[in-house]
Each structure stands twice: as C-alpha cells, then as structure tokens.
Design a protein around this ligand. Structure first.
Ligand code: URP
Ligand code: ZN
Ligand code: ZN
Length: 459
C-alpha cells in the first residue's frame, strides 16, 4: 500500500519547504517535487496545509490504579484522542505501586496496551522501590526495549521512593544507558502540610496548591539534580510547573548535570485560580505539581522558547466528576490528574505559535523531535525524512473551533480546556502510512499501534 501526499509544506524542527512525500511499506521512501505515483497509490492533496512529523506525547497515564480508583481511559480511547489531536506516539508511565512486583507490573501494563492502541506507544518504567530483585527485573525490562525509567519523589508509601532507592536507581540507569524521568516534589513536607491544613479545617481543593508550594517542588528538583550529579546519570524532570523549580534545574545544568525539563500544557495555560473554584469545579483542576500562580506562565513560555525547557507533554490523566468527588471531604483524597492528550498540539500551536510565543520549528521540536531524541525514538519518529516511519500530520491552519467535552474522544465527562478556541487542527493523520484521521475524524484501524522497542543510549 503506497501513499502520496502532494503539494504540502513540510515543517520539521529545522527545515521548511514545499515537497511531495511518498510512502511505501510504512516508511517515507521519497521526498521531492512532482513525484510520480505507481498505480493503486492513494493520493492526498495537501494544498496550502503544513505537514508536520507525527507528534509525540512523552508523558501520559492510560492504565493507572491511583488514589483509590483507576484513570478513565482505555488504550483505545486515549489513542484515538491522541490521533485526532495529531499525536501519533505516546509514552505511557508504567506505574506499579511499591506494593506490587515490578516485573509483573510491566507485563500487566504491556498486556493492557497490546492490540488495543490505534497509535504507537512505549513506556517509561516506574521504579517504585529498590528491593533485592529489582536490578535483575529492570535489566530484563530494559532488554525488552524499555529504555527509560520513572521515579516519584512524591506520593509517599505508594509510588514514592526514598533517597537510597533513588541513588540505586540512578546508578543502575547510568550503567544501563537509561534516562530517568522524575516527579520532583518533597513527599515529607507535603505530608506535614496536608496534615496541618486539614487540622485547621482547610479541606477544599483550593488548599491543594498551598499543601505543595513552589519551594517543595524546587527542593525535589534540586535533590534529583544533585543525585544525577553524583551518579552521572541522565535525568528528565517531568511536569515542571514553576520558576523556582526551573531555576534549580537550570543551575544544575550550568554545572554540567545531564538534566532535561518537561512542562505540560495545564501549567502553561491554566493557573491556580481554576483549582480555587468552589467544590467540584475546583476539583477538576487538581493535579500535582499543582496549577500555580499565573506569574509562572510567562517564565515557562520564555524558557520553552529559549530551549531551556525541552519538551511539552500533557501528563494526561483523566478522572471523571464522580471520581473527583472522592475528595469532597478532603483535598488529599481528590484523584490527581488533568486530561489533555487530544488538546496539547492544537493548544500549543494556537497559544504558542499563533500568539508569537513559540517559533514554528521550536513547536515541532518541543512537541515531537526532542522527545524522540531523548527517548531513543529518533529518527524513526520525530522527523520527516527518507527511512523514517510515515507518521505525518497534515495541519489545517484555516480551521477554527473550540474545545469541549461534547466533542472530545477521551473517556471523560469534562474538558479542562472547555471553550478554549483553537486556530488550526490536524486534518489528516497517518501512522506508518496508514490514514488514521481524515477531516479531523478518526477513520482508521483501532488496533494498529505497536509497542516501540528502544535501545539504550549513552548520553
Ligand atoms: O496529578 C498528576 N500529575 N497525576 C498523574 C500522576 C503524576 O504525578 O504524574
Ligand atoms: Zn507526576
Ligand atoms: Zn504523570
């Protein structure tokens, strides 16, 4: 099956030009002017549309037992939402808890996704304890092609690890050539603050942010960076939300620590006033690290533009209204998470590129190429080049619309970006040359997605 995309304007992280793209056997085989097609080739006329490499979301939760419930999506609903929004590959956090066996957890997550995703995916393997058999199990998981770990400094007694375990994980990662992603917040201080706030009767969602202030995230980021420095491992701070934490990461980078930074769409576009809304309306905006004071947004956008922040992910983690109400008596029981896998690319394009905050190439880099490079997927993913997988997004700049729970594909009953206007959207999306989205609608194969196996990288 071959495909010819004619007359589009190709935009990658470092180039922009008009050309046709020819796809055979899942990969791009020719790029050039006026390409001829063989009989039976499907032709897409791209006209004046841009063609981006498939976008990569490097931080999502699909299957997730967490806070006495389960995140709402299946791999089918999350992957279709991803594709409609232009994301052709996602990296899911594989998160067995401290009480679970790591290897069993890996096989469980793998079995949930296998044959159920419409787009390609891989995992960051969470290390939620470091017991006698952990090294052997992690070696087995890495040899199965999962070459990135995840650690949590928060979520005490569930996902969280202590400093000794962090050191052992990073030292092993360094030996294996595996990058370690980290949720950086100080679990101990959070536990104390939660306790004292609740004791004062401060139980609503507006107290979630004060229970995890910026200094708590800065401390976690600084500690992670210090451990990277002493182990020589390569690290990646997930969902960095504020200036104080950014300063900690950048100061480490200045002294040669191999540390990378991710921000997520909620922290770029939403602020703590959303979580300060009364009752359920506020609970819908509870995530960790929390939505911050608005002054942080400019700092994050500027750092993103200057490449000080590497990537933009979502931390997609949908809980519906009924689940959020688990926390109606105490903010500490509100399932943490905000969905966004479908909205990320369009919001970043509209609020970033169209508002002059982000150069078009930096947009492609932050939403696709940089993640491919950091997580061992490049150049198979993250660019448009001969030999790369034909994951292509034909982007319609003329589209105008608004985001809404009524039209979303994620399995949830609210949309955190309800009413946000978007200027542009994917009209055609292909995964390895197969058309999965046409005219903005999913039309493809629900089981097309494959687990992407990766090689260790020595940074
Ligand atoms: O609130 C969040 N971020 N929920 C998902 C779990 C995590 O910390 O990434
Ligand atoms: Zn997290
Ligand atoms: Zn997360």
């Amino acid at each position: 099956m071959s495909l010819l995309i004619k007359n589009g304007e190709i935009v990658t992280a470092d180039s922009r030009y008009h050309a046709d793209i020819y796809v055979e056997n899942e990969t791009v085989t020719r790029i050039g002017k006026d390409l001829e097609s063989s009989p039976g080739t499907e032709i897409i006329e791209a006209g004046d549309k841009l063609i981006f490499p498939g976008f990569i979301d490097p931080h999502v939760h699909v299957y997730l037992p967490f806070m006495a419930t389960f995140a709402k999506d299946t791999h089918e609903t999350a992957s279709i939402a991803a594709l409609v929004g232009g994301t052709t590959t996602y990296i899911e956090m594989c998160c067995p808890s401290r009480m679970d066996d790591t290897l069993e957890g890996y096989h469980l997550w793998k079995s949930k996704a296998e044959g159920n995703s419409a787009c390609d995916y891989t995992f960051h393997m969470a290390v939620t304890k470091f017991a006698g058999n952990t090294e052997a199990q992690l070696r087995e998981i890495v040899s199965d092609g999962i070459c990135s770990f995840k650690i949590f400094l928060a979520y005490k007694n569930f996902f969280g690890i202590d400093d000794g375990e962090m050191y052992q994980t990073l030292a092993l990662a360094r030996r294996l050539g595996v990058i370690v992603t980290a949720h950086c917040e100080n679990a101990e201080i959070i536990a104390r603050l939660q306790e004292s706030l609740l004791a004062e009767g401060k139980a609503g969602p507006e107290w979630h942010e004060p229970s995890r202030p910026e200094s708590v995230e800065a401390e976690g980021t600084n500690r992670f960076a210090t451990f990277l420095e002493h182990t020589g491992a390569s690290g990646y701070v997930v969902h960095l939300s504020c200036e104080a934490a950014l300063k900690a990461a950048l100061s480490a980078r200045e002294r040669g620590v191999k540390i990378h930074v991710e921000s997520v769409v909620p922290h770029l576009l939403l602020d703590k006033s959303y979580a300060e809304r009364q009752g359920l309306a506020g609970m819908e905006y509870v995530m960790s690290p929390p939505l911050r004071d608005k002054r942080n947004q400019n700092v994050l956008w500027n750092a993103l533009s200057a490449q000080l922040i590497d990537t933009v992910a979502t931390d997609h983690c949908p809980f519906d209204k009924e689940q959020k109400l688990l926390g109606k008596e105490a903010f500490t029981q509100i399932p943490n998470g905000i969905p966004g896998i479908e909205e990320r690319v369009n919001l970043l394009y509209t609020c970033g590129v169209n508002r002059g905050r982000l150069d078009l190439h930096r947009f492609v880099d932050a939403a696709s190429t940089r993640a491919a490079k950091l997580f061992g997927l490049f150049p198979r993913k993250g660019t448009i080049a001969i030999g790369s997988d034909a994951d292509l997004v034909v982007y319609d700049l003329a589209y105008r619309g608004a985001l809404s729970a009524k039209t979303q594909h994620s399995n949830n009953d609210y949309n955190a970006f309800e009413g946000f206007e978007i200027e542009g959207r994917p009209s055609v999306v292909t995964v390895r040359g197969k058309i999965q989205v046409r005219d903005g609608e999913f039309v493809g194969d629900r089981k097309l997605g494959r687990l992407l196996k990766r090689e260790p990288q020595y940074f």
